[in-house]
Write a protein that binds this ligand. Structure first.
Ligand SMILES: [Zn+2]
Length: 109
């Protein structure tokens, strides 16, 4: 079972106490953007076999949204962090690179 530590209240919660919110760090486009950009925002998502950045909500706890970096293949969690960021913290990027040499952050924002 997936367990994630809420970065706000510090509780390590099982995924049944959390709510998945999809991909993190999406570039948001509004109705005034081009059709292609708006379509990409609405429908295009990463689906990697490996490192993925996700939004989660501590729905049975503090109720706040946060981000998690984890491997979809091994379920290894590299860390969780505030959702109020445009990119993952450097400490998490370093942790991923240490375990996955050659991996690099693809800026999705
Ligand atoms: Zn919490």
């Amino acid at each position: 079972m997936l367990t994630l530590k809420c970065p706000y209240c510090g509780i390590t919660a099982e995924e049944t106490e959390l709510h998945a919110g999809g991909e993190a760090h999406l570039t948001r486009y509004g109705p005034d953007s081009s059709d292609d950009n708006f379509e990409t925002y609405l429908f295009t998502r990463e689906n990697p076999k490996g490192v993925h950045f996700e939004r989660w909500r501590h729905s049975h706890g503090c109720g706040k949204w946060f981000h998690a970096a984890r491997c979809t293949l091994t379920m290894e969690v590299f860390g969780t962090y505030s959702a109020q960021t445009t990119k993952p913290p450097q400490t998490i990027l370093d942790a991923i690179t240490a375990k996955r040499p050659g991996w690099s952050w693809r800026d999705l924002s």
